[in-house]
Design a protein around this ligand. Structure first.
Ligand SMILES: Cc1ncc(COP(=O)(O)O)c(C=O)c1O
Length: 392
């Protein structure tokens, strides 16, 4: 995390928002990430898109779309969201489309990426009818063996349904396909991208120059501390030299919005069980920050340490009935009291897009802190969100 980002977060008064739970996203931090993305594009010649599956906060789109070249979508809703709200192109990929999906996706996409030759054959004519300018791509699986932090997020895991393997590849069915895409990374460095590009070229190299574009997917942890940006730029530049005329796209989600948001929660109660002091808060991991459970990982909290690091250690958990709905042990300099606010760091990504109202939990409000320092409440949550999921 840069010093500037730390400063932005430190200066934010957790009590300046009216109520919790709340997501708060900072424009200044998005701008910092965008400066890095701009450099990567300028120096490597690639195009960077935003993966909407990670972050779909429309209020932040103007700042992101000043730099990024468009979005990648996972289906008709995201394609439409991107087309209507984000400058630039829309690239849509799904492991499988239905006929209804294809019509809507084709209408709102520039690149349409299929997961199999089957789907391509089945839908190419319909898609062209709807949008004669659409360009087709195929997702391939480079089958890298890199150990992912979490197998659930490893598209190259054994038996994966993501992308055509070289054994299933049908060169005689490539007619009309202009792009090849892989997505093989998750929170990974440029060294793993290098392996993925090597595997891509080893297996599919003879087809690359028939294409006008390739897409190296997401999972590039570009804005993370220690990420080797020089290496990323080098890999893409060299690829472009080896394949002149082939445009390179990448479509990170996480790296575009890394560190840009927090979840602010309030302490509702503190209950002891043996030596464990449980702090119950109004935010839920499963409903509002599901990667905590899915990965799993222990999120950082502003001005707190890991359990045992500071004087007062607590286990933080939510007010749902799911026993495992906990955010792990954290420690603080001072004892926590009912009504205190705590803020979880790095919560712009894969949070707002994944919320549920399980247990009748309230969804967090959503705030946007502009560079001028105003706090825009872009979503006030309430009973309407809960009932709308169940009944019109
Ligand atoms: C096809 C595709 N592109 C892009 C992304 C974005 O990945 P990340 O947010 O890890 O950069 C994903 C994430 O699952 C994906 O499946």
């Amino acid at each position: 995390m840069t010093e500037q980002t730390k400063k932005t977060l430190k200066q934010f008064d957790l009590y300046s928002i009216e109520r919790t739970p709340a997501y708060v996203v900072f424009e200044d931090i998005l701008k910092e990430n965008m400066r890095i993305m701009q450099r990567v594009m300028d120096e490597s010649g690639c195009h960077i898109l935003l993966a909407l599956k990670c972050f779909s906060m429309v209020r932040a789109f103007p700042v992101l779309s000043k730099t990024l070249k468009g979005v990648c979508a996972s289906g008709p809703f995201e394609a439409r969201l991107g087309r209507e709200n984000f400058e630039g192109m829309v690239s849509t990929y799904s492991p499988a489309f239905s006929e209804g999906d294809i019509r809507e996706c084709a209408e709102n996409s520039d690149h349409l990426v299929f997961n199999s030759f089957n789907q391509y054959k089945f839908f190419k004519d319909i898609a062209k009818q709807v949008n004669p300018n659409i360009k087709f791509g195929l997702r391939i699986n480079p089958e890298i063996t890199e150990k992912a932090a979490c197998d659930m997020y490893n598209p190259c895991r054994s038996g994966s349904r993501m992308g055509v393997t070289i054994d299933e590849f049908k060169p005689d069915e490539l007619d009309g396909i202009e792009g090849l895409q892989f997505h093989a990374l998750c929170q990974m460095g440029a060294d793993v991208l290098e392996k993925a590009v090597d595997a891509f070229e080893d297996r599919f190299g003879e087809y690359i120059d028939q294409m006008t574009w390739v897409n190296f997917g997401g999972g590039h942890w570009i804005t993370q501390d220690g990420y080797d940006i020089e290496k990323l730029i080098f890999i893409i530049k060299e690829f472009r030299k080896r394949h002149p005329g082939v445009e390179v796209y990448i479509e990170p989600g996480e790296a575009n919005v890394l560190n840009a948001g927090i979840v602010v929660s309030s302490v509702l109660d503190i209950v002891k069980n043996g030596s464990t002091k449980n702090v119950i808060i109004d935010t839920s991991a499963t409903c509002h920050m599901p990667d905590i459970i899915e990965m799993p990982y222990i999120p950082d909290i502003i001005r707190a340490g890991k359990g045992g690091e500071k004087k007062y250690t607590y286990q933080l958990g939510s007010a749902t009935c799911l026993s495992g709905d906990v955010m792990g042990e954290h420690s603080f300099d001072n004892p926590l009291s009912i009504g205190d606010r705590v803020a979880f760091l790095d919560m712009a990504l894969y949070t707002m897009v994944k919320t549920t109202t399980f247990n009748g939990m309230k969804l967090p409000d959503i705030h946007y802190v502009t560079s001028e320092g105003t706090i825009d409440c872009v979503k006030k949550s309430g009973y309407h969100d809960f009932i709308k999921r169940l009944e019109d």
